[in-house]
Write a protein that binds this ligand. Structure first.
Ligand SMILES: *[C@@H]1O[C@H](CO)[C@@H](O)[C@H](O)[C@H]1NC(C)=O
Ligand SMILES: *[C@@H]1O[C@H](CO)[C@@H](O)[C@H](O)[C@H]1NC(C)=O
Ligand SMILES: *[C@@H]1O[C@H](CO)[C@@H](O)[C@H](O)[C@H]1NC(C)=O
Length: 270
C-alpha cells in the first residue's frame, strides 16, 4: 500500500516538475561550462498547489505573476548569488550561448511553446558584476528566436541557444540575460529568466576594431520595460486560441508569422 502511494506521488512529481526550464550553463569557446558557474543561481520556490512531498523539489523558475518585480531581471532573488558567480572571458566576434538545466525532473529541452530573447547590459566602469543588480540598467537585445511557421516556435524541444557576439562589442563586463516565456493567456505569461556574467575582450585577430553602438536600436529595463498588454506577451486571439475562454485548456497558436516580440530590434554590431 505504502509503495503504491509513493509511486503515484513520484509520478505526479515528474509530471508537474517537467513542465519547467532553467538556463544554468554558459556556452563559450564551443564548450558547455558547469551548471551555475558563470550563471547567477536563483532561489527555488514551492508553489501553493504542491503537496508537502513535492516541496522537496521546488522550482527554480519564475512565478507567472512576477513580471513587474526585480525577479524579472535575472530570476528569483538572483542578485543574492551574484558574488558567487564567475565572469567568463569572451572574445568579441565569437559565439556564446546558454544551455538548459537537466535536474530534478526538469525537461532537458524547452518544454513550453514560446520565444527566446537574449539581452546584455554593460557594467559601469569600476563596478564589478557581483555588485550590479541590473534593476536600473539599460538592456540591449542581441538575439531572438521566434516562430518557425504559423503554428510552431523555434525553441521548442531545443536545449542550446547560441549567437555570435558582434566583433564590435565594446570591451568590458556585461550581464547577459536570457528570457523564455510562454504566452499562456492574457496577462499571465510564464517567464524563465537567467543571467550570465561575461567579460568581453577585443578580438585577438583582425587588428583595430572600431566599437559599435549597442544601444542604437534602443534599450529596455527589467523590470518595467515590458507591459502585459504588449501583443507579444498577451497574444491577440487571431494568433493564440484556446478551447475555452479562461485559457486553461490547451493553446493553439496560429498566424504566428505576424508575431512581434517585445523590446528593441536585435543589435548586430552596427
Ligand atoms: C522573488 O522571488 C522570491 C522567491 O520566490 C520571493 O520570495 C520574492 O518575494 C520575490 N521578489 C519580489 C521583489 O517579488
Ligand atoms: C575563451 O577563449 C579565449 C581565447 O583563447 C580565452 O581568452 C578565454 O579565457 C576563454 N574563455 C573561457 C571562459 O574559457
Ligand atoms: C488566422 O488563422 C486562422 C486559422 O488558420 C484563419 O482562419 C484566419 O484567417 C487567420 N487570421 C488572420 C488575420 O490572418
Amino acid at each position: 500500500m505504502r509503495f503504491i502511494i509513493l509511486a503515484s506521488t513520484a509520478l505526479a512529481l515528474v509530471q508537474e516538475v517537467i513542465a519547467h526550464n532553467a538556463f544554468s550553463k554558459l556556452i563559450v569557446n564551443k564548450t558547455v561550462t558547469p551548471d551555475w558557474k558563470y550563471i547567477r543561481n536563483t532561489d527555488y520556490d514551492a508553489y501553493w498547489w504542491q503537496t508537502p512531498i513535492d516541496r522537496v523539489f521546488p522550482y527554480p523558475t519564475m512565478n507567472q505573476q512576477e513580471m513587474e518585480t526585480t525577479n524579472m531581471t535575472c530570476g528569483r532573488n538572483a542578485f543574492k548569488y551574484a558574488p558567487y558567480t564567475y565572469s567568463a572571458a569572451v572574445e568579441a566576434g565569437t559565439e556564446i550561448g546558454f544551455e538548459t538545466w537537466v535536474c530534478c525532473g526538469l525537461a532537458p529541452g524547452i518544454w513550453h511553446p514560446g520565444p527566446i530573447q537574449i539581452y546584455m547590459t554593460k557594467s559601469p566602469s569600476g563596478k564589478p558584476l557581483g555588485e550590479l543588480t541590473g534593476y536600473d540598467s539599460e538592456w540591449f537585445k542581441v538575439a531572438y528566436w521566434g516562430p518557425i511557421d504559423e503554428n510552431h516556435w523555434y525553441p521548442q524541444d531545443k536545449s542550446q541557444f547560441i549567437f555570435t557576439l558582434p566583433a564590435t562589442t565594446p570591451p568590458g563586463d556585461y550581464l547577459v540575460r536570457i528570457e523564455h516565456w510562454m504566452p499562456l493567456r492574457p496577462s499571465y505569461a510564464q517567464w524563465y529568466v537567467n543571467c550570465a556574467h561575461i567579460t568581453v575582450v577585443a578580438p585577438s585577430t583582425g587588428g583595430e576594431i572600431k566599437p559599435g553602438n549597442p544601444e542604437i536600436h534602443g534599450t529596455v529595463k527589467f523590470p518595467g520595460g515590458y507591459q502585459f498588454t504588449h501583443p507579444g506577451i498577451s497574444l491577440p486571439k487571431e494568433v493564440q486560441q484556446t478551447k475555452n475562454d479562461d485559457y486553461t485548456e490547451s493553446i493553439i497558436f496560429q498566424n504566428l508569422t505576424r508575431f512581434e516580440p517585445p523590446g528593441p530590434k536585435v543589435w548586430k554590431g552596427e
